[in-house]
Design a binder for this molecule. Structure first.
Ligand SMILES: NC(=O)c1ccc[n+]([C@@H]2O[C@H](COP(=O)([O-])OP(=O)(O)OC[C@H]3O[C@@H](n4cnc5c(N)ncnc54)[C@H](OP(=O)(O)O)[C@@H]3O)[C@@H](O)[C@H]2O)c1
Length: 321
């Protein structure tokens, strides 16, 4: 099968299109013929070889050359222990090695939303699960909460705005001028254009701050947090070669010690129930994918460079079939 691999750490041009063996279906696995995938900052960090990730990922070169996580496609075969899916089912989910024509998935694979195409379905897994778990499980979002989403126009942000609305919050999204209308169209009650207004200085306070952009200091964030607010750290700029975005996240955690607000950093985990919830949100029309651009698999380098600008508008997709 065709697959993208990386055998050395570095910038996007380390990604190579290659012919490799098809994965075998395991007895608890689902073999998926992938139609589309999407790119995420996690792949960027793995590819660039952050020093902190090397003890597990490979000291001098990647132990596992496969890359990609999100996928949508059609079930080709299932293992003898699998009962929830059958060949021919249209599915989506997450599994390392998804920039490829096939993947064998054990856990995170469920039926895809019936009302969207494969590209739109492939946009959902990482970004959708991150937004859902961050707002619901860590942010403890409640109907009527005033929620601020900093970084509302990217992969995670476009899902977070819609999911926060679906969960009954009053949502304010922070984005740049070119994305103000997009964020409003996703249901945000208020949109702050960060090129014109500093959200940390306009006197408003929130119950929940969902921080995807991660570009401000604790002193600044504190201005917009109610005393009992939840502050969820989702991401941060790429940062240095050692810790990447984690340097900024550690600093925020440290600076906020002793504060009355809860300051939480989390890493989203795939599971079938949450993928099912996202499918229902999409099928009910409460959530939709925003796809900025679709690249063919052979142009994975371009897709990754696009993501690397830090200004993706929704999701960037790889079309595989
Ligand atoms: N914790 C987890 O489990 C988890 C999971 C997934 C992702 N993440 C992290 O979350 C972050 C975002 O991921 P993503 O997939 O959403 O990335 P993305 O699609 O590349 O999002 C980039 C977005 O950030 C916005 N942005 C850039 N600078 C901004 C600023 N100063 N203020 C507000 N918005 C700004 C951009 O909007 P404009 O073009 O309008 O500036 C763009 O829409 C990354 O750091 C990623 O590593 C964490």
């Amino acid at each position: 099968m065709k697959a993208i691999i990386y055998e050395t750490y570095g910038p996007p041009n380390v990604l190579k299109l290659t012919d490799t063996e098809n994965p075998a279906v395991t007895e608890d696995g689902v073999l998926v013929r992938i139609h589309a995938s999407s790119v995420n900052p996690a792949e960027w960090h793995g590819m660039s070889g952050l020093i902190i990730m090397r003890p597990s990922g490979g000291l001098f070169k990647p132990k596992d050359p496969r890359i990609g996580t999100d996928f949508s496609g059609v079930v080709e075969a299932v293992g003898s222990k699998v009962t929830h899916l059958k060949p021919g089912d249209e599915v989506y989910g997450g599994r390392n090695g998804a920039f490829a024509e096939y993947v064998n998935v054990v856990n995170a694979v469920v039926k895809k939303p019936a009302n969207v195409n494969f590209e739109e379905a492939a946009a959902i897994p990482t970004a959708g699960v991150t937004a859902l778990q961050g707002l619901r499980d860590h942010g403890k979002i409640k109907p009527g909460d005033q929620v601020l989403i900093n970084g509302a126009a990217g992969g995670v942000g476009t899902f977070a705005v819609q999911i926060a609305k679906a969960l009954g919050a009053e949502v304010t999204g922070v984005t740049s001028t070119k994305n103000v209308e997009l964020v409003r169209s996703l249901g945000a009650d208020h949109v702050i254009d960060y090129t014109k207004t500093d959200f940390t200085r306009n006197g408003k306070q929130y119950d929940l701050l969902f921080d995807i952009a991660g570009n401000r200091t604790w002193k600044e964030y504190k201005q917009v947090l109610k005393p009992n607010a939840n502050f969820i750290i989702v991401g941060a700029p790429k940062g240095n070669k050692v810790l990447g975005p984690l340097a900024r996240i550690f600093n925020l955690k440290l600076a906020s010690l002793g504060a009355s607000q809860k300051v939480i950093f989390f890493i989203a985990q795939f599971n079938r129930p949450d993928l099912d919830i996202l499918r229902e949100l999409v099928e009910s029309g409460q959530v939709k994918s925003v796809v900025e651009k679709v690249y063919p698999l052979a142009k994975a380098v371009d897709a990754m460079n696009h993501l690397g600008t830090g200004h993706a508008r929704g999701k960037i997709i790889l079309k595989i079939r």
